[in-house]
Ligand binder design. Sequence first.
Ligand code: ATP
Length: 680
Amino acid sequence: MNASTEPPAVTAAVEAEEVAKAAVDQAADQQEADPSRSAVRSLLRLWPFVKPVRARLFTAAFIAIIASCTGLLVPVVLKWIVDGPVADRDTAGVWLGGGLLLAVGVAEALLFGLRRWLVARPLAGVEASMRAQLYERLQRLPVSFHDRWASGQLLSRGTTDLQLLRLFLAFPMTFLLVNGVTILVGCGILLALDWGLGLLLLLPVVPLIVLCSLFEGKYAVQARLAQDQVGDLTTVVEESVLGVRIIKGFGRHRSQARAFRDLANRLRGTELRKARLLAGIWALIMTLPELALGAALLLGTVQVADGELSAGTLVAFLSTALALRWPIDSIGFLLAMSNEAATATDRFYEVLDAPVAPDTLPAKSGAARGTDDPSEQAATRQQSEQKTSGQERTEQEPSGQQQSEQQPSEHKPTEREGGDGLRLEGVIFRFADAPESAPPVLDGVDLRIRPGETMALVGATGSGKTTLTALVPRLHELSGGRILLDGTDVATLPGAELRRRVAVAFEEPTLFSASVRENVAMGAGADADGQVSDEDVWRALRVAQADGFVSALPQGVETQVGEQGQSLSGGQRQRLALARAVVGKPRFLVLDDPLSALDVHTEARVEAALREVLSTTTALVVAHRPSTVLLADRVALLSGGRVTAVGTHHELLRDNAEYRHLMSGAPEQAPSEPELRGAR
Ligand SMILES: Nc1ncnc2c1ncn2[C@@H]1O[C@H](COP(=O)(O)OP(=O)(O)OP(=O)(O)O)[C@@H](O)[C@H]1O
């Protein structure tokens, strides 16, 4: 949650518009495709997906080559008919020739039909497996990746780009090969029929090769631009649909539509440039061979008149040349489609190549990520204690404000046998995209939460509370320091184990298009799928005070909550998210202001029920209101990137001006966030 002084709804409306404008600008600045990149090399990266169906694909390509070359028999049969039965006025021979031509045509059609049948099924499988891999990768990529990438760009890669690739494998890939072989065989026949006329017909080949390679480079740039612009357009549509209430509420539909139109116009411009390039190369590909054919026809006719060439040979020559027209004409758009497929492959692999944080990291030594060496640990702690005044030191050495830990707090923490609770040691965090000059959001946070203890985390808006809570379940990787769960560094815990130990609920509750039961049971972890009993679900719903409204839903826990739970109120969504966090009875619970949307009475009831859960769970709860803070045994104040005070709510109210200011909302002279950051 970013710091903002505007009312949230106004900010959201302005942001919606700005996002659309930013997408337009982004499209304008879109990084150009590298014209020197090799389309063939890009397309070869599809091999791992194509490999399982290679036998069928190669068989289909071979059949298509046979079918296409079968078509080249037509001119040979024609030459035989003209020079034989027609010249000899042999009617039976003409019928036989006609029958042969029919047989050749039928064989060609059957072979092409067989090819299509062979490729349709396996290619749908290739597309499905690519899509599955993309989705799986998206799930594994870190939150920082998703922060950077627009959702529309990812959506368009999973839909439009993969469709383009299936089309390429089904059609252009095969036909570039088939038509290439057909042209070679056809040229061989032409040269065999009359090498002089054949050479004349082949004259345009060299300029056409040069022109095609020039076209390919230019087309690649436009194809990349167009596909990126489709991604931007998808982002704007998605955001407009999700933010439709804000757009309508603030009457922003016109400006939103304008921004969309600008983006659509840019895409239109790019598509027109593509069409112009394609039209240009197509015109050349059709005109140059046509000119050569005209010249060959003229020369051939003169030769027939002079008796140097038989009429049958000329007919065969011309019909072979005409049979090659489609394979030659199609090269322009086959190249264009291949280029788009190469771009789609690049875009697909941009996601697949993005680095995924390893499931577990080796424990690092030294201060950067803490250390297992007790002497180094002591040194690290000493360093961070020097940085932090009035901050929690250790349980054994209470001082100043910390002495009050000895005083009775509202809820006595339960010690767990063998557990060490949650420890943050010298935690440093900086967002990867933050400017170099900006200080880290968290700059040496030290905090110990004892087993069974509930610690409230309080701080000014934008002080880094949400960021800190995201570090415990490793939604972001630390820039320095370490976080220990019962003595184990979270970086060394396998992902599944980490999820089993830690459950989270955020202020902005995310629900999925599924039933209430499925949304809640999700919190029990992937390995518990299908094993969450009704009793567990209802217990969690009771803790979150959600049992009442869920019972009143038309199908109870089986009720579908709609996309993002839009059919529920904000407070109801928050309570379901809370139920999801507690259903798996986690050892550690991280709650980012999960009760902010509740009225005070409901909040009090949720808190009463939560206390039972929290008495056996170690919890870190971000709090903005005194009522939420009272849920906790102790409170930590986050300020200037560090924990500057720890104590009970009443102690901090008494002793800490900044805390008093935050809790009371009184216009007291507490340091502002920029002041605090500047002071560092
Ligand atoms: N993805 C991001 N990239 C760069 N900076 C970010 C990112 N997310 C948050 N920040 C910045 O990090 C700082 C801490 O944000 P965070 O959301 O943790 O604050 P917070 O204390 O939870 O605020 P609030 O009380 O308003 O929820 C803010 O200055 C914010 O602008």
